[in-house]
Ligand binder design. Structure first.
Ligand SMILES: NC(=O)c1ccc[n+]([C@@H]2O[C@H](COP(=O)([O-])OP(=O)(O)OC[C@H]3O[C@@H](n4cnc5c(N)ncnc54)[C@H](OP(=O)(O)O)[C@@H]3O)[C@@H](O)[C@H]2O)c1
Length: 322
């Protein structure tokens, strides 16, 4: 009897593992298991987004733009921020006939004090809508180049945007969210490089690792009034490549096949589904990427020794040609 029981348990575990490995490898798979339904049949839930008030930074292009449009089309209100106001106006215009709306604001997140940012939140969100449901801290920039060639001014400016401004905004958001009766969601666009090391992108990789450390430690501090979700995309086709520090030295990008990129629209769809499932599925971190990136993330997180062994042979080929 106990042998039958034992064999049954082993068979159940083996089946579970085989199903999940199949799901990771499934052609076209582009999101972590938490988000994955068979045949990609998940949809953005319009009931969830209706009347939600969302604040998004970096909404003038790429992932932030696609997410803002998707939320507005699903009935939400998006307070959309970036430095390029004209771009934001155009995007707001694109959804003017939808149920929801995009309200553009020119905001340089690296050039605003904590007090001014608090005032911004109060004047443009809380006084107008009485609540803030979802804060998407998405503005960010990449950097490509070997560590020995890093320019310290670039190091500081990248950290200013990818790390310090995000910490400042979070600090300012906490007292606002604490006062609300509804539980809010703080969502950060990290990257799969926050999970995996990316040689040739030491500066960018380190900035996203810092974000993981900060928000994973923050989660229990704010759990009474806010959820914290780290969204980690792999390569997404946006302006990110051109906007990177040392963007001209583009060894890895040029060698990459178009097929490895997830479109900004698909990324935004999975991003929105992850947010709407924070409460029901308890997401704290989601990965949005195609293989082999997704598979590497699983290896790195769950079998670090095997990952280190495999990575040794592929890492050299990932270095930019300078
Ligand atoms: N694309 C990818 O492959 C990829 C992969 C993983 C993670 N990510 C992350 O995704 C996020 C969005 O990047 P993306 O791919 O959508 O790139 P993108 O198209 O270059 O978008 C970056 C956004 O950030 C805004 N921004 C930059 N500096 C800012 C500042 N000082 N103040 C306010 N806004 C600022 C830009 O708007 P303005 O220029 O108008 O200010 C733009 O809207 C970043 O955090 C990035 O690290 C991207």
């Amino acid at each position: 009897m106990s042998e039958v029981f034992h064999n049954g348990i082993v068979a159940a575990i083996a089946t579970y593992a085989a199903v999940n490995i199949g799901r990771i490898l499934w052609p076209g798979n582009d999101s972590s298991l938490g988000l994955k339904n068979w045949f990609h049949n998940q949809n953005v839930d319009i009931k969830y987004w209706k009347n939600k008030v969302c604040f998004i930074t970096g909404a003038s292009s790429g992932i932030g733009e696609a997410l803002a449009i998707l939320i507005a089309k699903s009935g939400g209100t998006v307070i959309a921020c970036a430095r390029r106001k004209e771009k934001l106006n155009q995007i707001a215009n694109m959804v003017k006939d939808c149920d929801g709306k995009i309200i553009p604001h020119k905001l340089d997140v690296t050039n605003i004090s904590e007090d001014d940012f608090k005032t911004f939140l109060q004047l443009n969100i809380i006084s107008k809508f009485g609540k803030l449901d979802i804060c998407v801290l998405n503005a960010g920039r990449g950097a490509l180049g070997l560590a020995e060639n890093l320019n310290m001014d670039n190091v500081k400016s990248l950290y200013e945007l990818n790390v310090f401004s995000v910490i400042m905004q979070t600090k300012a958001l906490i007292p606002v969210l604490k006062k609300q009766s509804n539980k809010a969601n703080i969502v950060i666009t990290s990257s799969l490089v926050g999970v995996l090391p990316n040689p040739g992108e030491t500066l960018y990789t380190s900035s996203k690792h810092a974000i993981h450390g900060f928000f994973n430690a923050l989660r229990p501090e704010v759990s009474e009034f806010a959820n914290v979700l780290l969204v980690c995309p792999g390569p997404v086709s946006t302006e990110f490549g051109e906007n990177r520090i040392s963007g001209a030295v583009d060894g890895t990008e040029k060698g990459r096949k178009k097929s490895i990129y997830v479109s900004a629209e698909r990324c935004a769809q999975l991003y929105a589904i992850a947010i709407q499932e924070i409460e029901s599925k308890g997401h704290t971190e989601v990965w949005l990427a195609k293989n082999p990136f997704l598979l590497f993330a699983y290896l790195a997180r769950y079998t670090p020794h095997l990952f280190a062994y495999v990575f040794k042979s592929v890492a050299k080929g990932m270095l930019p040609k300078e």
